[in-house]
Design a protein around this ligand. Sequence first.
Ligand code: A2P
Length: 281
Amino acid sequence: EIPTITLRDGLQLPAIGFGTAGMRGAQGVQAIDSAINQGYRLIDTAYNYENEGTVGAAVRRSPVPRSDLFISSKLPGRYHEYGKAVTAIQESLYRAGLDYFDLYLIHWPNPERDQYVDAWRALIDAQKFGLIRSIGVSNFVPEYLDRLEKETGVLPAVNQIELHPHHSQPEQRDYDRAHGIVTEAWSPLGGKGPKTQRIQETSVLQDLAEKYHKSAAQIMLRWEHQLGVLPLPLSHNPGRQAQNLDIFDFSLTLDEVQAVTELDGERQVTGYGDPRTHEEL
Ligand code: A2P
C-alpha cells in the first residue's frame, strides 16, 4: 500500500521511510521494531547516530525478511579520505550485523575539508564490491553535486536534506529533479522541540488538517510526497508512527501544495546551520 519511488539506478524504495536519530539501546530497538510492525520498510540510520547496531538488532529480530527491508546509513565527516571511507562502510556493516546496505550516503559535504569527492569515489567502489546497493549524499548543494558529476561522472541516487514547510527548499528540489536525484527529507515535521509545535499550529496546516480529517503532521508528509520528496519522519510513539504512514488516501490540490510551500519564511529551524559551513565530525 505504500507507493514506491524508483532511483536512477533502478532500486525501488518505499515512498516514505523511518528516521531513527536518537533511538538507541533497548528503547531504540523497541521503537524501530514497532515502526517495522506498523509497516515501515525503509529505515534511515547513520554512523554518527551511534545506533546502527540498534537498527541491525531490530532488523534481525523482525519477522520481515531482510530482502523486504531497505536499510540506509551515512558516512561521517572524519572518514572522507578514500581508505578511511571504505573502512567506515565496512565498520557500519559490522555494527549493524548486515551483509549490505540498500543505501549509503555521505552525511555532510564538509567543504572545509574538501574531501567529499574522495569519499564519493569510495562509495562508488563499495557499490561495485556489493557492500551498498545505491549510493547518495546528504546536505549537498548544487555546486557540490556538479563537482561530483564532473570529477567522477557519477551522480548520487539520493540527496537527503532538511525539508519541511519552514524550509521548503525549492531550488535544491528543482536541481535534484532536473538531475534525476531523489530528494529525501530529514526533519520532515520540522524536528523536535517548540518549533515543531509552531509549524503544526500554522493556520494553513490546521485548516487543511480539518478539511481532510488528518493531522497537521500528515498534511506536511502528504505535501512532501506530492512534491516528489521522500520524507523520513521520526516518532517513538506507535500511534504516531502509524499515523505518519497513513497519508496515501487523500490528495492536496495544487493550490494547497503551493500554500504550504509558501510557509517557507523561517530558515533552518532545526539549527544545524548551512551545509556550506556546518562541520560534521
Ligand atoms: P514523538 O517521537 O514523541 O512522536 P522530525 O521527524 O521532523 O524530526 O520530527 C520528529 C518530532 O516530531 C519528534 O519529536 C516526534 O515526537 C514528533 N512527531 C512525530 N510524528 C508526529 C505526529 N504525527 N504528530 C505530532 N508530533 C509528531
